[in-house]
Design a protein around this ligand. Structure first.
Ligand code: DC
Length: 222
């Protein structure tokens, strides 16, 4: 079995890279950010106060989260309903760092991630994959990128979705999310021991994918 972990800050290209690497290797892709987003969506939909840790951990423990393949694309089901689009809203993005900082939320989702990976070859991406979820991963990658470049990419995405935000606002949003994700008490974003660091600011998606595939193909038993 092969386990590939991909960590890095928001907007560094993790999802696209992980998805394409998993497609190429024909193995399971686990987008852990989507799981934190799905539980955030549920907490907000139920009107639970995002600061009420006890109640919201209960909500998370009682949420059914599954990934399914829909016409070749990864979709996420929350209590059997497809919420793939809803979890990308600005509101969910604004609250997900807080909700993912709670220990009970993390413990529940990490257990689920390990269960999903049982007996499968996987490419798993997030913030704590090579450090906490799969510290013995065969290949560990950390994707890094400047705030300026990540904000430019986000601006393009939002312009396509007709959401109006300035580059400065986006840089501030990213800075805040980076700070919360890397300074939280439980499983903060860190470069895992033994990880290959890839700076994605000046390379194409194709080059990122090839760099990761080269690492995987260099494994002796693949
Ligand atoms: O990768 P993303 O932007 O979809 O992730 C959303 C948030 O989820 C991110 O700000 C922090 C949190 N997250 C986490 O705490 N641990 C993970 N393994 C993945 C995401």
């Amino acid at each position: 079995m092969i386990t590939v972990s991909i960590d890095g800050p928001a907007g560094s290209g993790k999802s696209t890279t992980a998805r394409l690497v998993a497609q190429k290797l024909k193995c399971l892709y686990i987008d852990t950010g989507a799981m934190y987003r799905a539980v955030t969506f549920r907490v907000l939909s139920l009107g639970v106060n995002p600061h009420d840790e006890k109640t919201l951990v209960e909500v998370v423990r009682n949420s059914d989260i599954k990934f399914v393949n829909k016409k070749g694309e990864l979709a996420i089901l929350l209590n059997k309903k497809d919420v793939t689009k809803e979890i990308r809203s600005v509101r969910v993005t604004q609250h997900v760092s807080l909700i993912s900082s709670y220990r009970g939320v993390r413990e529940h989702l990490v257990a689920l991630q390990r269960e999903m990976a049982e007996n499968s070859n996987i490419v798993c991406e997030g913030r704590d994959i090579g450090t906490v979820v799969f510290p013995n991963a065969d290949i560990k990658v950390y994707l890094d990128c400047s705030i300026e470049e990540r904000a430019k990419r986000r601006l393009l995405d939002l312009q396509r979705a007709h959401v109006r935000k300035t580059l400065e606002e986006l840089k501030e949003d990213i800075r805040k999310r980076d700070t919360m994700d890397s300074e939280r008490e439980f499983s903060p974003l860190r470069i895992p021991d033994g990880a290959e660091i890839i700076d994605t600011a000046n390379i194409t998606i194709q080059e990122q994918v090839e760099r990761v595939l080269d690492l995987i193909y260099s494994l002796e038993d693949i």
